[in-house]
Design a protein around this ligand. Structure first.
Ligand SMILES: Nc1nc2c(c(=O)[nH]1)N[C@H]1C(S)=C(S)[C@@H](COP(=O)(O)OP(=O)(O)OC[C@H]3O[C@@H](n4cnc5c(=O)[nH]c(N)nc54)[C@H](O)[C@@H]3O)O[C@H]1N2
Ligand SMILES: Nc1nc2c(c(=O)[nH]1)N[C@H]1C(S)=C(S)[C@@H](COP(=O)(O)OP(=O)(O)OC[C@H]3O[C@@H](n4cnc5c(=O)[nH]c(N)nc54)[C@H](O)[C@@H]3O)O[C@H]1N2
Ligand code: SF4
Ligand SMILES: [Mo]
Length: 696
């Protein structure tokens, strides 16, 4: 039910951000005028980021798509005409029926990610629809799949130290995460710890905002984190700084690991990582002597060819020191495994007649769209913007340009992807919806109920997929279920000990309800690994064809272990494109206020790399490799080690398609988890006035 009154209403931030803030939406004359942090939310505590403080601009943006549209121009041109919902639904279901008749349902592929983290929106009615349709399935591994796999081999589930505890740590290592921009409330907690005397160490390839805030910043070469962690283990074992009682009780494989890390001397690790040997020793000593060391494992170190192993190696560290038993100590990669909703009830896999339907990896959508043997004939894109976020943009774009491909995009905006749609459907913003949210970092579950009426003819994901389901003739009650009833389905999961505290009533009354965390203290005694212990040696990994213990493996595209790029002469520099401060992936990339705060796409380049190329600060440069080109402004400085160049933010295509970082990135999959390898990329950089010499 939409609240017609003015006033201040509770809401939830729907963005793919670990903080999942509780919000207050301020409404005047029926319109949202301000968005603030909810002071009562135990993690948000009234503070939210700049992106969402400016959310009203996005909600009421002139360019919001408010009506269904049908393409009138060429694919990619962006010319559309307004149609009715009836026409849109008829066209979509008509095309789907024809495609299923001619090619089978697997010729239809949904493509989605977490543009809205609401469980009903992205793991709810949408899944029911594609299950009932029998469509191809999507491996959603673009974000954290490699790291999660590496963590899980070691710890069993996506569960680690909970946020509030981290204020009791005395050493905090932020490893490959730019938390000032991407997890601001962890910074607040770390600041509390710091006031009590804790030291903050940042290990990253870039002196970003977080590194500038740290007590000690350790720059390293990209994709060498496993080597650094192994070097630390070497020192910890050698100097007797391990907690042997903990190792004996809670781990398997510590004796094998002790032998194994003997090879990773600080001197050898220094050559691999670029970190001076004495700093490796000092880092291990600070960590080994900490009372309660906490490691925040970010996403950066796992977007690599060897990303799973990087996280696996770092995840072993707290087991060596026994930090897990100390208040505030331990580590977290993702805490998404505490809240576990009843996904069978939500997604209804039982509606699918072809459980063996093929799965397509979302990182390789370009390849899938070029597959002629079992072609994809229809795509349904929602909560994602693949033409900006997926690797190897040119290849993906060629796929989307196929004349025989029928594409529907459901979004709030005419994204770069929507320009390739045959039909665009207008999506509501979160403030127009009912949905259920959990965080992959903190333990509060929240409900969103509509604060304003849908703008124009926008519809939520739940509405769209139930409408399409009914129009396809799916007569199961699942397609008429209300949002509130779906929330009750989701909460009903007696198998999870963490869900006992939740009910729809409690959520509606309190807005945020903490998971039942009584099992947390027993966490180490019930690790869901095959041995029930922390697996420093993993037989499961051997079975999967992986080394059973952490190792350093050089990148396929990147440095070879001695800081020489594999394709040295052609593409000697490593190119990294992590998120920026004011966008959320590609979201906000079209909002003038956010664009202004980020100025323009910028390439951070070291003076030692700029000088031989005659590149000056502020000058336009072209970054290129065999996949494509990206034009940006050079920012010459020493914020990374020589040989690495960095551009933050997923900008939209820009004039003549010059602005996308993913033009340069590979669609190879990571060592485990079938994850993305965005950051294992080599390039050349030249002044804009010179022609790039591109070789395939
Ligand atoms: N402002 C903002 N916040 C966001 C997002 C956003 O786009 N903007 N995106 C959201 C999403 S979806 C996610 S997954 C998270 C991601 O947030 P984070 O966990 O912070 O991960 P990234 O920003 O991808 O990368 C973090 C850092 O890793 C560094 N890095 C790259 N390669 C390596 C390496 O080999 N080793 C090491 N040690 N560091 C490396 C990068 O330089 C970067 O500073 O943030 C979420 N929050
Ligand atoms: N080069 C490079 N590429 C990257 C990354 C990187 O660091 N570097 N990061 C990667 C990571 S970690 C991630 S998670 C992915 C993120 O990739 P995506 O999940 O695609 O994220 P966004 O670009 O934010 O796109 C989300 C889209 O969903 C739309 N949307 C929002 N709410 C709704 C809704 O309720 N319904 C519908 N139908 N649509 C909605 C938004 O308007 C937006 O267009 O990008 C990846 N790509
Ligand atoms: S983007 Fe993150 S920090 Fe900003 S309001 Fe949303 S959840 Fe909070
Ligand atoms: Mo992500």
């Amino acid at each position: 039910m939409i609240n017609e009154a003015d006033g201040v209403f509770p809401a939830v931030c729907p963005l793919d951000c670990p903080d999942t803030c509780g919000l207050l939406v301020h409404k005047k004359e029926g319109k949202i005028v301000k968005v603030t942090g909810n002071p009562d939310h135990p993690i948000t505590k009234g503070a939210i980021c700049n992106k969402v403080r400016n959310m009203t601009e996005r909600v009421y943006h002139d360019e919001r798509v408010l009506y269904p549209l049908r393409r009138t121009g060429a694919k990619g041109e962006g010319r559309f005409e307004r149609i009715t919902w009836e026409e849109a639904v008829q066209e979509i279901t008509g095309r789907y029926k024809t495609i299923i008749g001619e090619h089978g349902a697997e010729a239809i592929l949904p493509y989605s990610f977490y543009g809205n983290m609401g469980i009903l929106s992205v793991d709810g009615m949408d899944r029911r629809f594609f299950n009932a349709l029998g469509a191809s399935q999507l491996e959603q591994t673009i974000c954290n799949a490699a790291g999660n796999a590496g963590w899980k081999y070691t710890m069993g589930a996506n569960r680690g130290t909970v946020p509030e505890e981290t204020e009791h740590a005395d050493v905090i290592i932020v490893w490959g995460g730019n938390i000032i921009s991407t997890n601001m409330h962890q910074v607040v907690l770390a600041e509390k710890a710091r006031k009590a005397g804790a030291k903050v160490i940042v290990i990253d390839v870039h002196r970003n905002r977080t590194a500038q805030w740290a007590d000690w910043f350790i720059p390293l070469y990209p994709g060498t984190d496993a080597a650094l962690a192994l070097g630390m283990m070497h020192v910890l074992f050698e100097r007797g700084m391990t907690d042997d009682a903990f190792l004996a009780q809670f781990t398997v494989g510590h004796e094998e690991l002790r032998e194994h890390v003997k090879d990773y001397t600080p001197e050898r690790v220094s050559i691999i990582t670029g970190v001076p040997a004495e700093d490796i020793v000092k880092l291990a000593e600070i960590y080994g002597q900490a009372e309660a060391g906490y490691i925040h494992i970010g996403n950066g170190l796992q977007h690599h060819d060897n990303g799973g192993m990087n996280v696996r190696a770092v995840a072993c560290l707290p087991a060596l020191t026994g930090a897990w038993t100390k208040r505030g100590g331990g580590a977290a990669k993702s805490n998404g495994g505490y809240a576990s909703f009843n996904s069978d009830a939500l997604e209804r896999p039982d509606l699918r007649e072809n459980p063996e339907a093929r799965s397509i990896n979302m990182n390789q959508i370009g390849n899938a769209l070029h597959d002629e043997k079992q072609p994809i004939k229809a795509m349904f894109v929602y909560c994602s913007n693949p033409l900006v976020v997926a690797p190897d943009t040119k290849w993906v774009q060629q796929g989307f340009a196929r004349e025989d491909l029928f594409t529907v995009v459901h979004d709030l905006f005419m994204t770069d992807t929507a320009k390739y749609a045959d039909i665009i459907l207008p999506a509501t913003s979160t403030f127009e919806n009912t949905d259920l949210y959990s965080s992959y970092w903190h333990q509060y579950v929240q409900i969103q109920e509509p604060v304003i009426a849908p703008l124009g003819e926008a519809k939520s994901n739940v509405e769209v997929f139930s409408l399409l389901g009914r129009a396809m003739g799916f007569d199961e009650a699942a397609f008429s279920e209300t949002e509130l009833s779906m929330i009750e389905d989701a909460l009903d999961n007696p198998e999870s000990p963490y869900m006992n505290s939740l009910s729809l009533e409690a959520l509606q009354e309190q807005r945020f309800v903490k998971l039942d965390m009584s099992a947390y203290d027993e966490f180490l005694n019930h690790l869901p690994t095959p041995s029930g212990k922390i697996e420093l040696y993993s037989k499961t990994m051997t079975e999967a064809g992986l080394p059973p213990m952490p190792v350093y493996a050089p990148l396929q595209e990147g440095y070879d272990g001695e800081h020489r790029a594999v394709e040295g002469d052609l593409y000697p520099l490593m190119f990294l494109s992590p998120p920026n401060h004011n966008f959320l992936n590609s979201t906000f990339g079209n909002v003038p206020k956010h664009q202004k705060m980020e100025k323009h796409p910028m390439l951070h380049i070291h003076p030692q790399d700029a000088e031989p190329r005659d590149i000056e600060d502020g000058e336009l440069v072209v970054v290129y490799n065999g996949r494509g080109t990206y034009e940006l402004t050079a920012k010459v400085g020493d914020s990374m080690l020589p040989g690495t160049v960095i551009s933050q933010g997923l900008w939209w295509e820009g004039e003549n398609g010059k602005q996308r970082a993913n033009m340069l990135t590979p669609d190879r999959l990571s060592d485990m988890g079938k994850g993305a390898t965005f950051f294992s990329t080599t390039v050349q950089v030249t002044k804009k006035t010179l022609e790039p010499v591109i070789q395939q």
